[in-house]
Design a protein around this ligand. Structure first.
Ligand SMILES: NC(=O)c1ccc[n+]([C@@H]2O[C@H](COP(=O)([O-])OP(=O)(O)OC[C@H]3O[C@@H](n4cnc5c(N)ncnc54)[C@H](OP(=O)(O)O)[C@@H]3O)[C@@H](O)[C@H]2O)c1
Length: 306
C-alpha cells in the first residue's frame, strides 16, 4: 500500500484524508517517484477550495493534493531512457504530489534531476516558486545599477526573486511586515512595509528613482511603481490576473526559461542562493501545513515530508 492525501470534494473548509491506497505503477514512458518532500504553494489551497480554480487547472474531485515534490525514482516503465532507479528528482504533479508515490510521464511532465548537495526538502519546494521568480525577474530585466521594488518579498516566490535581483547587481527595495525586515536585510534587500504610503516610503529610500518593480501579491506594488514613474513594461505582477492596471505585465511560472529549475536548484546546492523553509510537517499533519500556508504570512516555504 502507498500513502496518499485525498480530497473527496473541492470545498471550503478543505478536508484532507491521509489514506493507504494500492501502490501505483509506472506504465510505458513513465517513472514512479518515491516522494520524500512536498512543498506547498497558495495555488494548492486555492485549487482545493475554489471550484473555478480547480476547473482552471483541470482538477476534479476526488483528487489528491499539492504540486511540488522531490524524492527518488523507485520504478521505471518500458521505453524510458535517461532515468534509472535511484535517481534523485524533483518536479510538479498537479493535485497529486503529497503522496508516497507519484507516477510521472517523462515526455510531458515536469521532472528534473536533483543536483548533488540539494536536500529533498529544498528541491521539493522549488517547482512553482523558482519558475515564477525566474519569470518575474526576467520580465522586468533587472541588471546592475537598477533599483527594483519587490512587493510581498518574504514569501516563497519573494525570497527567490529578491536573491535573483540582488545577484544581478541591482538594489532591491522589498516589502514585508516589520517582523520580516531583518530577514529581508539578510537576503540583501532594503525592507519597507507594504500598505498606504508605499510610494512615499520608496521615494525616501530611493531618491534616484526606481527602474523596475515586481508585485507578488496583486496590484499594490504595481500602483506604487506607476506612481513612481516606472515604465509599465518593467512592472511585473504574478497575482493580479491577466490584465493588471496601467499596462503592467502579468507573468507567472509558465513563462520561466526552460532551464530555470536546473539553474536555481544548482545555485541553491552550491550555496549561491538560499531557500528558507519556515516549517516542515509530517504528512499526517497535512492540514496544519495547509493552514499555515493559507494564513498568508509564511516566510519562505512550508514543506510536508512523506
Ligand atoms: N502566476 C503564477 O504563476 C503564480 C505562481 C506562484 C504564485 N502565484 C501567486 O502569487 C502570490 C504569492 O505566492 P507565494 O508562493 O510567494 O505566496 P506565499 O509564500 O504564501 O506568500 C507569503 C508572503 O506574503 C506576504 N504578504 C501577505 N500579505 C501581503 C500584502 N498585503 N502585501 C505584501 N505582502 C504580503 C507575507 O509577508 P509578511 O508575512 O511579511 O506580511 C508572506 O511572507 C500568491 O497569490 C500565489 O497564488 C502566482
Amino acid at each position: 500500500m502507498s500513502t496518499f492525501v485525498q480530497q473527496l470534494e473541492i470545498a471550503d473548509p478543505i478536508v484532507l484524508d491521509v489514506i493507504d491506497r494500492p501502490e501505483p505503477h509506472a506504465g510505458p514512458g513513465q517513472v514512479r517517484v518515491r516522494v520524500r518532500a512536498a512543498g506547498l504553494n497558495p495555488v494548492d489551497w486555492k485549487v482545493a477550495s475554489i471550484p473555478a480554480a480547480a476547473a482552471r487547472y483541470g482538477v476534479s474531485a476526488p483528487t489528491g493534493f499539492g504540486h511540488d515534490f522531490a524524492g527518488e525514482i523507485d520504478e521505471v516503465g518500458a521505453d524510458v531512457e535517461g532515468f534509472t532507479i535511484g535517481d534523485r528528482v524533483f518536479g510538479g504533479a498537479r493535485a497529486r504530489a503529497v503522496a508516497e508515490h507519484v507516477v510521472m510521464t517523462v515526455a510531458t511532465d515536469l521532472l528534473v534531476r536533483t543536483p548533488e548537495g540539494l536536500s529533498d526538502e529544498a528541491a521539493g519546494a522549488l517547482s512553482i516558486a523558482a519558475r515564477t521568480a525566474d519569470a518575474a525577474v526576467t520580465t522586468v530585466g533587472a541588471s546592475a545599477g537598477d533599483t527594483v521594488l519587490i512587493g510581498g518579498a518574504a514569501g516563497g516566490v519573494g525570497v527567490l526573486a529578491v536573491q535573483l535581483v540582488v545577484a544581478a547587481g541591482a538594489k532591491v527595495i522589498a516589502t514585508a511586515s516589520e517582523s520580516n525586515h531583518e530577514f529581508l536585510r539578510d537576503l540583501g534587500a532594503i525592507p519597507t512595509t507594504y500598505g498606504d504610503g508605499l510610494a512615499d516610503r520608496v521615494r525616501a529610500l530611493a531618491p534616484g528613482g526606481v527602474d523596475a518593480a515586481i508585485d507578488l501579491q496583486g496590484t499594490d506594488t504595481v500602483l506604487a511603481a506607476l506612481d513612481l514613474g516606472v515604465d509599465p513594461a518593467r512592472i511585473a505582477t504574478i497575482a493580479a490576473g491577466p490584465n493588471p492596471p496601467g499596462g503592467a505585465v502579468a507573468t507567472g511560472g509558465g513563462q520561466a526559461a526552460p532551464d530555470a529549475l536546473d539553474r536555481i536548484a544548482q545555485a541553491i546546492a552550491e550555496g549561491r542562493l538560499t531557500l528558507p523553509i519556515e516549517a516542515t510537517f509530517p504528512v499526517e499533519r497535512i492540514s496544519d501545513a495547509v493552514a499555515l500556508q493559507r494564513g498568508g504570512h509564511v516566510r519562505g516555504k512550508v514543506v510536508v515530508t512523506v
